[in-house]
Design a protein around this ligand. Structure first.
Ligand code: SAH
Length: 225
């Protein structure tokens, strides 16, 4: 099943209050002080209304720099982790990106701010999360294609992509079908490893089809189901 919304509308968006904008500004100041992420990534994070992506009861914490529960045992990543991952993905306007693990759709929206409409495809395992993320993204004006399925299989019908990333940890390494869907020169970014010992890994696909691997430190993500 694929949910693709091409005509965003404003119904029920709830509008934007000064309070949320101010909290988002403070979050950006904090990320600027505490991380090395680029101004371009910070600008994308400053644009996306994170409070629209978290459950209503969590809105007051939407601009704290920490993960929050989004239901179905899943979490939205902390803003600094999204920022670091967006920087490492190293994509620009017009690049096509594959996300595994849509969750609430926040990370996809930040990436969509950078690559532009129609360029982000996201695969989500839990149908209810896929459906609500798809509706939310469309309502907020993000043209992101959300697919229900097992991200381990990649998205061969939409490949090749310029880059891919996982928002859930792959215990046994990045599944081959995801890597095979990336053009030479592109990256795959993924938390890899079992609980307690995950590393953020960036693969670069070489022209000869080989893969270079960089380690970007210890992380903690929900597991790939
Ligand atoms: N990027 C998300 C974070 C989601 S948490 C956000 O901004 O909210 C990780 C997500 O990966 C969860 O929604 C989980 O259901 C999903 N997931 C886990 N295993 C998966 C699989 N095999 N294929 C696709 N999605 C998967």
């Amino acid at each position: 099943m694929v949910f693709v919304r091409m005509n965003p509308h404003d119904e029920g968006s709830g509008g934007e209050s000064d309070e949320y904008a101010a909290a988002r500004g403070r979050l950006i100041d904090r990320l600027r002080r505490r991380t090395d992420v680029s101004d371009r990534t910070l600008a994308a994070i400053e644009t996306v209304p994170r409070h629209e992506f978290v459950p209503p009861a969590r809105r007051s914490a939407a601009y704290a720099d920490r993960p929050l529960p989004i239901g179905h045992g899943q979490t939205i990543s902390a803003p600094h982790m999204v920022a670091i991952m967006v920087d490492l993905l190293d994509v620009g306007r017009g690049d096509r990106v594959l996300e595994i693990g849509t969750g609430c759709g926040y990370h996809a929206a930040v990436v969509a701010e950078i690559v532009g409409p129609g360029n982000v495809h996201s695969v989500e395992y839990v149908p209810e999360l896929a459906e609500s993320a798809s509706e939310r993204l469309a309502r907020l004006g993000y043209d992101v294609a959300v697919h229900v399925g097992d991200g381990r299989e990649g998205l061969p019908l939409e490949a090749p992509f310029d880059a891919a990333y996982l928002t859930c940890a792959a215990a046994d390494g990045v599944p081959d079908p995801i890597v095979e869907g990336i053009r030479p020169g592109g990256h795959v970014l993924a938390p890899v490893g079992g609980s307690g010992a995950q590393r953020l890994v960036r693969l670069t696909i070489r022209d000869d089809g080989g893969v270079d691997r960089e380690d970007h430190g210890g992380v903690r993500f929900v597991p790939l189901q």
